[in-house]
Design a protein around this ligand. Structure first.
Ligand SMILES: N[C@@H]1[C@@H](O)[C@H](O)[C@@H](COP(=O)(O)O)O[C@@H]1O
Length: 261
């Protein structure tokens, strides 16, 4: 796994936007895996800036969400489909009809999960998957103890994740749904390039475990170590517990220009 340590969250946004810009230049109809949460906010802001200045166009791209809450009404501002609409579709030229997420309002939720897996395959798979990491090491909504081989399915959220996410629900944990649909780790590992974003000290322990700990379902993000092309783009605070940070810095500084992210 390549670890790129940058000064702050804004720099995380810039470097990850560079990875997307390079991909879209090579492949204008790239399939992007879109994450929600605070980790990709600066990235989405930077993508919007580049689209506004004609440095980038996402018009031919497709987007697939990582996960979705079960049961939030279609017009709920925290429904992940709505969040991506607000943070990515509206401020860029990515087209709404080219973005898909698992349907958390389906009458047949297991059927919706299977349909979603098929849609990703029909699109040719995900070229670049953006990921954040939860403070307990979850990726998407694959909570500790999740199967490392699972596909999109229904999961129960932990109290820790519901507490972490209550900030988006007026600090009322009672309003945070108990269930979600999430791409499984098996689904995520099929994307061609995984870009993990982390900023802030609250992510330092999770990042250390995910990048440098043993591969274990107790830190589900550690399964990324099994993927051949992962780039973790993290700020100084998130990197503060990494044991090999001197090596990561040196490797990035001396990286041949032709290598790209
Ligand atoms: N389902 C999302 C994840 O996709 C996200 O990566 C993670 C971290 O969130 P944040 O980036 O806000 O810290 O938790 C949420 O629960």
């Amino acid at each position: 796994m390549e670890v790129v340590i940058v000064s702050d969250a804004a720099a995380v946004g810039e470097v990850s936007a560079d990875a997307i810009s390079a991909l879209v230049q090579r492949k204008p109809d790239a399939v992007l895996g879109l994450a929600t949460g605070s980790s990709p906010s600066e990235l989405y802001r930077e993508l919007a800036r580049r689209v506004a200045t004609d440095e980038l166009s996402l018009a031919q791209c497709r987007g697939f969400l990582l996960d979705e809450y079960v049961g939030l009404p279609a017009d709920h501002p925290q429904r992940y489909r709505t969040v991506i609409e607000t943070e990515v579709v509206t401020p860029t030229d990515l087209r709404s009809e080219r973005v898909q997420g698992p349907d958390g309002l389906a009458a047949d939720l297991p059927g919706a999960c299977a349909d979603y897996e098929r849609s990703i395959q029909d699109a040719g798979g995900i070229d670049l998957q953006i990921l954040g990491v939860g403070s307990d090491g979850h990726i998407a909504f694959n909570e500790p103890g999740s199967s490392l081989g699972a596909r999109t399915r229904i999961k129960t959220l932990t109290d820790q994740t519901r507490r972490d996410n209550a900030r988006y629900f007026g600090d009322d944990i009672g309003s945070v749904p108990h269930h979600c649909l999430t791409q499984g780790i098996g689904t995520i590992l099929q994307a061609r390039h995984l870009v993990l974003l982390a900023s802030g000290r609250a992510k330092a322990e999770a990042l250390h475990q995910v990048v440098e700990g043993p591969v274990t379902a107790m830190w589900p993000g550690s399964a990324l170590q099994l993927h051949p092309h992962v780039t973790a783009i993290v700020d100084e605070a998130a990197a503060s517990r990494l044991q090999l940070s001197a090596y990561y810095r040196d490797a990035y500084r001396n990286k041949p220009a032709w290598q790209g992210l």
